[in-house]
Design a protein around this ligand. Sequence first.
Ligand code: ZN
Length: 77
Amino acid sequence: MAPRCPSCKGKMETDPPHYVCTSCGLVINRYQFDKMKREHFAASKRSDDDPEYEQKKKNKDYLDWYLSSNKDKIDED
Ligand SMILES: [Zn+2]
């Protein structure tokens, strides 16, 4: 999977030891890229402070349920 720009989510070209965003021109090195990825991951893992987290989880549970129940329906036909 191609790395995504942590700033604009654009496509990033690897230009060792740097990553260059083809969309906004952001240039970061590997260390910064890993650090930003970790911070993004940590932020997305946070649940206590994110009031939307439970709702997102519910939506996902519902989607899983919907898809699986839909599949059952298709199997029955
Ligand atoms: Zn960018």
